[in-house]
Design a protein around this ligand. Structure first.
Ligand code: PMP
Length: 362
């Protein structure tokens, strides 16, 4: 077996021990005589899986009791629509646009009401996060939406917009479970699972109860896009993504039992990111364009002096077992996504390769 270090932005690496556990249970889960992929979602054996996955998420993220959890299909992109369809009770909402996904979320929300783009970092190609304290929020906004970690541009919020009485909604697709999170600061958190949590095919929403109970009433929402319907049915209004939920449970147990929780997870993630940024900061060959205070610890962007060298770098890195380093097509250059499952060894191997490449081409 020759497993590579996979720097993909998502779907992305899963912890090896999680894959091995899934492999060991693939043909027969427990003593059920069947695979998780084959069993009825209404069976008691599957029920125990979904209940434990939610319980593990609650333990790991320390989710307060007045928040509900939904496992929802359609990825994070469906959440771009579900949030305004359910929560835009005043017909208005504030959006901070700090990259492509928050831009898409704002565009989707425009279909359901008035969107105020109260801050944007487009003027500098999304290489920084606006000062959240300097933003003029709309008094009549139903919520304030951010994308907490910008997967494509490699930035993240280190401070959150907090306005009395206006819930914060955050897309945490590319940073969830990377560090401890104070869930009580948010009205709603959502994330696609395919980066830090599970195989692709599902999003998770963590919603404050009062927002569920006081959802928008002026729209006829399809049942599948109604948080309350889905969550009241314990995410089994219809057939859920059974496999993704099972895998999410395994990943959560890995964080709890092997890593030692989110404080330890953050230490590991900081160490990996620092190794890479420290190297980039002293390199005269590779550059990282992001404002230092706003650098993501999950997605690290960098570029060599030319497009040709970028292409050569990606090709030679892949030959050395370091794959999916090509930057997003809208940014160019390279991007190393170093999510939870990327071991320190992988980042060390990347930095060693970058040094060697710089020496040969610099
Ligand atoms: N938000 C963020 C921050 C993302 O990185 C992505 C996907 N890379 C999305 C939303 C869209 O997710 P999905 O493909 O699950 O709809």
């Amino acid at each position: 077996m020759a497993r590579v270090y996979n720097f993909s932005a998502g779907p992305s690496m899963l912890p090896l021990s999680v894959l091995q556990k899934a492999q060991s249970e693939l043909l027969e889960y427990g003593s059920s005589g069947q695979s998780v992929m084959e069993m009825s979602h209404r069976s008691s054996v599957y029920d125990a899986i979904i209940v434990e996955t939610e319980a593990a998420l609650r333990r790991v993220l320390n989710i307060p009791d007045n928040y509900k959890v939904g496992f929802i299909q359609g990825g994070a992109s469906t959440q771009f629509a579900m949030v305004p369809m359910n929560l835009m009770t005043t017909g208005e909402a504030d959006y901070l646009v700090t990259g492509q996904f928050s831009g898409k979320a704002a565009k989707e929300a425009e279909k359901f009401g008035t969107v105020h783009v109260v801050a944007s970092s487009k003027d500098k190609n999304f290489t920084y996060i606006p000062d959240v304290d300097a933003v003029e929020y709309s008094p009549n906004a139903s919520y304030i939406h951010i994308c907490e970690n910008n997967t494509i541009y490699g930035t993240r919020f280190t401070k959150l917009p907090q306005v009395d009485g206006i819930p914060l909604v955050a897309d945490m697709s590319s940073c969830i479970l990377s560090r401890p999170t104070d869930v009580s600061k948010y009205g709603l958190i959502y994330f696609g699972v395919q980066k830090n949590v599970a195989p692709a095919g599902m999003a998770v929403a963590i919603v404050r109860e009062d927002l569920l109970e006081n959802a928008r009433t002026d729209l006829a929402r399809p049942a599948m896009l109604d948080y309350k319907t889905l969550i009241d049915a314990r995410s089994m209004y219809n057939t859920p993504n059974c496999w993704s939920i099972y895998m999410m449970g395994l990943v959560l147990h890995w964080i709890e039992n092997e890593v030692g929780g989110l404080t330890e997870m953050e230490k590991r993630n900081n160490a990996k990111a620092q190794l890479l940024y420290d190297y980039l900061d002293q390199s005269s060959f590779f550059q990282n364009p992001v404002n230092k205070a706003d650098r993501s610890i999950m997605n690290v962007t960098f570029a060599s002096p030319s497009k040709e060298l970028d292409a050569k770098f990606c090709q030679e890195a892949a030959e050395a077992g370091l794959v999916n380093l090509k930057g997003h097509r809208s940014v160019g250059g390279m991007r190393a996504s170093i999510y939870n499952a990327m071991p320190l060894d992988g980042v060390q191997a990347l930095v060693a390769f970058m040094k060697e490449f710089e020496a040969r081409n610099g």
